[in-house]
Unconditional design. Structure first.
Length: 484
């Protein structure tokens, strides 16, 4: 992993670096530059950085208004469901970003019989489930009638988790160790995937996550993970016997999220997190990510570098209602999203896509998280007989950016664009408030370098794109006076 990295610089140092660049060797020609910042399309204009909210979506603070599920198909489209069977659709940032859509489930009222989850792989398809054994499908226009998947329709077998990899494949899990497949518009019969759990104190399969139709993981109340390979379910695999002071105990795994077939994150009822690397499960350092032993009821990952876990711990817990962010291999400290609400602020649901997350609480409030986006400037561009060089300044003005930055670029001469001419590399930049700038020197290569050095055009455009792990791409364009 190589980079020509000048290190962190404050503004004065950056200016001195630019001055030295302009006094380069005689073979280099100085170029007048200007840069325009372009934000990647996945970031919503006007979005806050970090956590925003609370955005109230219900009128009261009774238990019946708990947001029990949320699913984001894109950074600008999420659907949340509450315990009473209402859906709320998210469209944009603002004072009321979640809009009440409609009451979709006549079988629930929030008093013991509730909605329990939702999954939306795209904006025109969702599946919602309830505690009475019913599932409902959204087709992009309207919600269909409830379909009884399991039990007697009176709550004998509550549905607990749902995950849709696509509109043609979903998995629902229930409180009786069953999984129910949805394939190409048809629901299969319940299949017992965890038979030994029937004789235990907690036989429930709490959650499921599918990265594709051939790769799913379900988790249960006995510390087991169960894998679907596209054809059948593997025997339960015991993965959670507690961590640290709780070691040796059987923990209930209450949440799981698998953005790819080679990465999953799971959370349990003792504040612990476990990760899957494509081969084995292990505790995700530091193991216990919520030191107050809170129940981590849900977790969502948009990639192997970005997850958020939701806490709904005991009433007396200082971290009840906290969200915990995982970025680039490390968990941040728990953050109370609504500290004045006590247990009514418990976070019951979270969903992440690309660089944003939506989280829902027990008092009917929603919160939005945005990964900080870097700011980049092309500081100088110089040309020589045998190549060209670009100096790029990277900072994170809206918040800390920690992790890998990927840089790529192109040179445009007239109407022709020479793609991938800026050597792509991964640069571990400690971009923090105390040292906000990092200077990276990169060499233009191949056709782009020759086009830049030999151009007869007066104007050449150099474009550099930077992406921080878990964030949106950002681009800076540089119009330069090409050498004659």
């Amino acid at each position: 992993m190589h980079s020509d990295l000048g290190g962190n610089r404050v503004s004065a140092t950056l200016d001195r670096r630019v001055s030295r660049a302009r006094r380069g060797a005689v073979l280099w020609s100085s170029i007048a530059v200007f840069a325009a910042l372009v934000v990647g399309a996945s970031r919503v204009a006007g979005a806050p950085t970090g956590w925003g909210g609370p955005y109230s979506v219900v009128a009261t603070t009774s238990e019946a208004t708990t947001i029990v599920g949320v699913s984001c198909a894109t950074p600008t489209y999420c659907v949340a469901v509450d315990a009473t069977g209402n859906t709320y659709t998210y469209g944009s940032f603002g004072s009321a970003p979640f809009l009440l859509a409609k009451h979709i489930d006549p079988h629930v009222n929030g008093n013991g019989n509730t909605m329990t989850g939702i999954s939306c792989p795209i904006t025109t398809f969702c599946v919602a489930i309830d505690s009475q054994g019913y599932a409902l499908v959204f087709n992009g226009v309207s919600w269909g009638a409830p379909t009884l998947l399991d039990g007697d329709g009176q709550g004998s077998v509550p549905l607990l988790g749902v995950s849709c990899a696509s509109p043609s494949f979903c998995v629902v899990v229930d409180a009786a160790t069953n999984a129910i497949l949805y394939q190409s518009g048809t629901w299969a019969s319940p299949q017992d995937i965890d038979p030994l759990a029937h004789v235990t104190s907690d036989p429930r399969v709490y959650a499921v996550s599918c990265s594709s139709a051939t790769d799913c993981w379900a988790v249960d109340g006995q510390g087991n993970a169960i894998m679907w390979n596209g054809t059948s379910w593997a025997p339960p695999q015991f993965i959670d016997d507690g961590y640290g002071s709780s070691s040796g105990n059987v923990e209930a795994i209450t949440g799981v999220s698998c953005p790819t077939s080679t990465f999953c994150m799971a959370t349990d009822n003792m504040g612990e997190a476990l990760s899957f690397n494509g081969f084995t499960w292990s505790f995700s350092p530091p193991g216990q990510i919520n030191s107050d032993f809170d129940n981590l009821g849900d977790v969502s990952c948009s990639s192997a570098n970005f997850c958020v876990a939701a806490s709904r711990g005991p009433t007396a817990s200082p971290f009840a209602g906290a969200a915990i962010v995982y970025q680039n291999g490390a968990w941040a400290a728990p953050l109370m999203l609504n500290p004045t609400k006590s247990n009514l602020g418990d976070i019951y649901a979270v969903s992440c896509v690309l660089d944003m997350c939506a989280a829902g609480s027990a008092d009917g409030a929603m919160f939005i998280y945005q990964v900080p986006t870097p700011t980049i400037r092309i500081v100088t561009a110089r040309s020589a007989v045998r190549g060209s060089r670009v100096s790029v300044a990277i900072s994170c003005a809206l918040g800390p950016c920690r992790g890998t930055v990927t840089l790529a670029g192109e040179v445009r001469v007239g109407s022709r664009s020479h793609l991938a001419v800026l050597a792509t590399g991964h640069y571990a930049l400690p971009l923090v408030a105390s040292a906000p700038f990092a200077i990276v020197n990169l060499a233009l290569t191949g056709n782009g370098s020759r086009a830049f050095a030999r151009s007869a055009q007066r104007s050449v455009t150099v474009r550099v794109t930077a992406t921080v792990s878990g964030g949106s791409p950002v681009a800076a364009s540089l119009n330069v006076i090409a050498p004659r």
